[in-house]
Design a protein around this ligand. Structure first.
Ligand code: 13P
Ligand code: SF4
Length: 374
C-alpha cells in the first residue's frame, strides 16, 4: 500500500477510456511530434508493449537514472515506470525540468514496505546494539526519496540490482555493519555473492521490531551482534518472491532450459539459477545467447513475453506458469500516457513528481555516491 498521504490519480476524462487503441497510438505520436525535443519519454523494461513502444529510452533502474541525469535539453521527462523512479529522475534533473508520472497510482509495494519513520526506529535500535559510528545504511533504489535522504544524511549510498555488489563491498569497507534496505532477498543474495557466511547476516523484522539471525544460518547458530556485517530489512517484491526452487527444477526437467532470474528472487531460487542479474542483464543474456538456446526467465511477465517475441530463434518461457505481472507498472496505460502528453501540448503539466529540495539534496548525495562507485 502507498502511504495514506500519497497523491491519488484522478479518473481520466471519458474521451480517453472511449478511444480505440489505434486512435490513442495516433494521438500519442502526434503529441510527441508536437513536443519535439522538449520531451523525453523514459520507459522501464516492465512496461507493457503498448506503452514501451513510445519510449525514447528504455532500460533498467541504473540506466534510467543515468539517462535522467543526462537530459539537459528536455523540459518534460515523462517516466513510464513507477513512483520511486520518477522521484529519482526529479532528484537528478534541474529544477526547471518537470518529471511526469502518467498514473500516480504506479507505486512499488516493496518501496512502501519501508516508511522512513520505521527506518528511523530501526536505526535507533541498531545504534543501541552496534553503536551508530559502526553502522552505514545502503538503500536499494526501490525506496522513497525520504529513505534515500535518510541514507544520504548518514554517509550511505543507493544501489540498484546492477551494482548492488559493488555498493555493498564499498559500504563494508567503510564501516563494520551495513543496514540494507528494503529488499531482504537482494541484500541476502548480494551478501552471499560477496562471500559472507549466514552467521554474519541478520534480519530486521520490521513488524516485530526485532533483530534476528538469518534463517539460513546453520542450525544451533546464535545471533552474535559483534559478528553481524549486514542487517537486512525484511521487505520483498511480491512478483519475484513467488518464484520457487521447485519451478526451477520442473522447468529444467520438462523443457531442458537454462534459468536466468532477477536478484529480487529468494536465495533458494537464485542459488539454483544459471544466471542472475538486473532486467538489462536478463535481456542481454537471452539476446546474446546462440540461436536455439532455451531459457526459463524469473522476472516480470511483460518483459518475459517481449523477450520471447524479440528472440524468435530461441525458446523463452516464464519460470512461473501462473502469470505474474507487476500490477503497479501495469497502471501506466496508453490512455494515461496520451492524457499526460496532450495536457503538455495544451501547456498544462499534470502529475508532476516533485521532491522537496531539502530531501532531494540528501537523497542526491546517496545517488551520487552510487553513480561514482558504479
Ligand atoms: P531493474 O533495475 O533490474 O530494472 O529492477 C527494477 C525493479 O523494480 C525490479 O523489480
Ligand atoms: Fe516494485 Fe516488484 Fe514492481 Fe519491481 S516488480 S516495481 S520491486 S513491485
Amino acid at each position: 500500500m502507498r502511504p495514506a498521504s500519497a497523491p491519488v490519480q484522478q479518473p481520466l476524462p471519458a474521451e480517453y477510456a472511449e478511444a480505440s487503441e489505434e486512435e490513442l497510438f495516433e494521438r500519442i505520436a502526434r503529441a510527441k511530434a508536437t513536443l519535439g525535443r522538449r520531451l523525453v519519454i523514459l520507459g522501464h523494461h516492465y512496461q507493457r508493449d503498448e506503452v514501451i513502444r513510445f519510449a525514447d529510452l528504455r532500460g533498467d533502474s541504473l540506466k534510467l537514472s543515468r539517462w535522467a541525469a543526462q537530459q539537459k535539453e528536455a523540459r518534460y521527462i515523462v517516466f513510464c515506470g513507477v513512483h520511486f523512479m520518477a522521484e529519482t529522475a526529479d532528484i537528478l534533473t534541474a529544477p526547471d525540468q518537470a518529471v511526469i508520472l502518467p498514473d500516480l497510482g504506479a507505486g512499488c509495494s516493496m518501496a512502501d514496505m519501508a516508511p522512513v519513520e520505521e527506518v528511523e526506529e530501526c536505526w535507533a535500535a541498531l545504534a543501541d546494539t552496534f553503536g551508530e559510528e559502526r553502522l552505514l545504511p545502503v538503500t536499494y533504489i526501490n525506496s522513497s526519496a525520504a529513505v534515500k535522504a535518510f541514507v544520504g544524511h548518514r554517509g550511505g549510498a543507493v544501489c540498484t540490482s546492477s551494482n548492488a555488489a559493488a555498493v555493498l563491498r564499498w559500504a563494508l569497507g567503510q564501516r563494520s555493519t551495513v543496514l540494507f534496505l528494503p529488499d531482504e532477498h537482494l541484500g541476502r543474495n548480494t551478501a552471499v555473492r560477496l562471500g559472507l557466511p549466514f552467521e554474519e547476516v541478520a534480519v530486521w523484522d520490521r513488524v516485530r521490531g526485532e533483530l534476528l539471525l538469518d534463517p539460513h544460518a546453520p542450525e544451533g547458530a546464535e545471533l552474535r551482534p559483534e559478528r553481524v556485517r549486514v542487517v537486512l530489512w525484511n521487505g520483498f517484491c511480491s512478483v519475484h518472491q513467488r518464484f520457487t526452487p521447485e519451478q526451477v527444477a520442473r522447468a529444467r526437467e520438462r523443457y531442458g532450459v537454462k534459468v536466468v532470474v532477477h536478484p529480487e528472487c529468494r536465495w533458494e531460487v537464485v542459488r539454483l539459477a544459471d544466471a542472475v542479474g538486473s532486467t538489462e542483464f536478463i535481456i542481454k543474456t537471452v539476446s546474446e545467447s546462440p540461436p536455439g538456446s532455451r531459457w526459463a526467465v524469473g522476472t516480470e511477465i511483460n518483459l518475459v513475453n517481449r523477450l520471447a517475441t524479440e528472440n524468435p530463434d530461441k525458446f523463452v518461457m516464464t519460470l512461473d506458469e501462473i502469470v505474474c505481472p507487476c500490477s503497479t507498472m501495469y497502471r501506466i496505460s496508453p490512455q494515461h500516457l496520451c492524457w499526460a502528453l496532450e495536457n503538455l501540448v495544451a501547456g498544462r503539466v499534470v502529475n508532476r513528481i516533485t521532491v522537496p529540495e531539502d530531501v532531494a539534496r540528501a537523497a542526491r548525495a546517496a545517488l551520487d555516491r552510487m553513480l561514482a562507485i558504479s
